[in-house]
Design a protein around this ligand. Sequence first.
Ligand code: CP
Ligand code: NVA
Length: 305
Amino acid sequence: MKDFISLHDITKEELEALLKLALKLKDENKKGIPHPILKGKTLGMIFTKSSTRTRVSFEVGMTQLGGYPLFLSSNDIQLGRGETIYDTAKVLERYLDGIMIRTFAHKDVLDLAYYADIPVINALTDLLHPCQVVADLQTVYEHKGKLEGLKFAYIGDGNNMAHSIMYGCAKAGLNCAIATPEEYACDGDVLENARADFKASGKELIITEDPIEAIADADVVYTDTWVSMGQESEKEERQKIFMPYQVNKELFGYAKDDAIFMHCLPAYRGFEVTEDIIDGKNSVIFDEAENRLHAQKAIMATLMG
Ligand code: CP
Ligand code: NVA
């Protein structure tokens, strides 16, 4: 594993190893046992989109691993003024030990990884958000005691979260159901890859427009914003179309009694989820947010250690 860009590209064993390491690093962290695995190493963090969790958890994670995180806003670096990905990659590899990037076009991350001789970590593109899903799987495991055979339902936009959830569920041996409006279905190429991954895992992938079909007897219920970064101009239209996909008490009632509610955050209460669900007893959103720290430390330690 040179880079961490898509859960479609890694093996079941690699994902299991990341989850095992994340749990170990979390345990050590809670006990105050230091683990300076990346002492003296520097991670460059390129952001062309906003972030709370990703930025803070990568910065703190790198610090806890004994390394140094360098925040690089696209407003401040020459990439934002048109310097090429190629030149950026060839320059940054001379200074850094790894690059984390959050940006719009997925191809930019693929190009950066192709040109740079150092590890590249995808911290969200318009297509995928794999770091989030490693943390999510860690959270499911902690709350359910297993991953294999669970039903994971995702209700809402066929976006970067839906895509990475499909890939992650297939690799980790969960069944997965995705409900989206027809106009906001998942990307065709991602679906094709995901279907192949589910065929290999022997688990079920349900793609539907019916949120009740997706959520029925689910162990995990997940949603995400209806308006992702970069889609702000479509806000009103999206909010109308997505209303039947709101995770509220009635819809959540179709899941198993002990189902957990998850959301990558930031959340918009009253839209994709109601307050009683996201702030209710089944919600594990803050464990999920915390696990970004531990999961990404495992990713950095594996790639850069
Ligand atoms: N879930 C997530 O990636 O949050 P941020 O956008 O705050 O980083
Ligand atoms: N789908 C959301 C996820 C945010 C973490 C977005 O891309 O804005």
